[in-house]
Design a protein around this ligand. Structure first.
Ligand SMILES: Nc1ncnc2c1ncn2[C@@H]1O[C@H](COP(=O)(O)OP(=O)(O)OP(=O)(O)O)[C@@H](O)[C@H]1O
Ligand SMILES: [Mg+2]
Length: 354
């Protein structure tokens, strides 16, 4: 990027050129004037302090020329400074009144700090607009995700109250599932909003990772088996790590839930190892895998992969956003990459602090 001269430099330069121009005009011009006048019209030169007519015309001419030069310099400077400033001020008022599409125009005369001001203003307006858009999308998505289970609950409870449905334990188990789903949704939203505001606090403690993994695996064993998954557990020797056990379990559960919902039955590898001060937990499935273009956005809240498949599985698209939030709260990261067996590997890694 070519850096244009700063405003201070421009002002100094403009005023110096103007002063020099006026001085040259009066000194050199007067020399020339008297040289010509004394040669061709010697009688026109006044002998007293009162100027002759022609001298008076020359003085007036010089004043007008100096004023034109000063006016030209002032117009050039104001074009560079005042015009972009006016544009920023006008559009700032528009933004303050809620029109987030307002952008200041960067004309070719704007240079240095004023051009930078216009660019910064436009970047700020752009960010403000995208944050607002994101917020609107977020609110609509939350309302949408809450509406479905609440509508189902309401319908079933109304049916029960009016005697349309006969109370049965299956009915209540179904209702309980909906309430559990709602509870999970609310917890996911809570983790994400705490993360966004920087208030997701971890309860870090020395943890036996192998033990935590076995608790999660135990909870999922029967559903994994029922769906035809063959779980392979590979846990390294060193499993004493510093982490928030509850949050790591929560992340691991989201990954296993995803395997249940989105992966094809087959071998499911769950591995954990500590090396070079980094703890790494990964869940690898057999397929169908995630295409690279979708892989970059699966960690964003409310983003689902293949819409047809995800719709049928009924997820909210929050699970991986929570996994990422938990990894980042531990100072680590969550990544998704193709697995060796043609499926997807989700890796959760964080540095272990002693
Ligand atoms: N193991 C996997 N194999 C293939 N696709 C996956 C896998 N895990 C996640 N995905 C894709 O990534 C998307 C985002 O996953 P995420 O866990 O964030 O949401 P979800 O499972 O749809 O909903 P939720 O977890 O909130 O119930 C899923 O919709 C799915 O398309
Ligand atoms: Mg999920």
């Amino acid at each position: 990027m070519s850096r244009s001269p700063g405003l201070r430099k421009q002002i100094i330069l403009s005023f110096s050129v103007m002063a020099l121009g006026i001085l040259l005009l009066s000194i050199v011009g007067t020399y020339v004037f008297y040289a010509l006048a004394s040669t061709y019209l010697p009688d026109s030169i006044s002998e007293t302090w009162v100027p002759s007519r022609i001298e008076l015309t020359w003085i007036l001419g010089i004043i007008v020329a100096a004023m034109i030069l000063a006016g030209y310099v002032a117009i050039r400077l104001s074009r560079r400074i005042i015009t972009p400033l006016n544009s920023v001020a006008h559009n700032l008022r528009e933004v303050a009144q809620g029109n987030l599409q307002a952008r200041a125009t960067l004309d070719e005369h704007a240079q240095g700090e004023t051009a930078q001001l216009v660019r910064d203003f436009n970047t700020m307006a752009e960010r403000l607009q995208s944050v607002t858009r994101e917020r609107e999308f977020w609110n609509a998505a939350v309302a949408h995700e809450l509406r479905t289970p609440v509508t189902i609950l309401r319908g079933r409870l109304q049916g029960l109250a009016e005697g349309v449905f006969t109370p049965s334990s299956e009915m209540f188990i179904g209702l309980l599932r909906q309430v559990e789903g709602l509870g999970r949704l609310i917890e996911d939203l809570r983790v994400l909003s705490l993360t966004e505001s920087g208030h997701l606090e971890l309860d870090l403690a020395p943890t036996n990772l192998a033990q935590e993994i076995s608790v999660v695996v135990h909870a999922f064993a029967s559903s994994l088996q029922a769906r035809g998954f063959n779980l392979q557990l590979e846990v390294g020797e060193q499993t004493q790590v510093m982490c928030d056990a509850f949050r790591i379990r929560q992340a691991l559960m989201a990954l296993l839930e995803n395997a249940l919902k989105h992966a094809e039955p087959g071998v499911l590898r769950l591995s954990a190892e500590v090396s070079n001060g980094i703890c790494q937990v990964s869940v690898e499935d057999n397929g169908p895998g995630i295409t690279p273009d979708i892989a970059v956005q699966v960690f964003e809240a409310f983003r689902r992969g293949d819409p047809s498949r995800s719709r049928s599985s009924g997820g909210s698209g929050l699970g991986l956003a929570v996994v990422k939030a938990i990894a980042e709260a531990h100072g680590g990261q969550a990544v998704c990459r193709p697995s060796d067996s043609g499926g997807t590997a989700f890796v959760l890694r964080w540095p272990i602090r002693d």
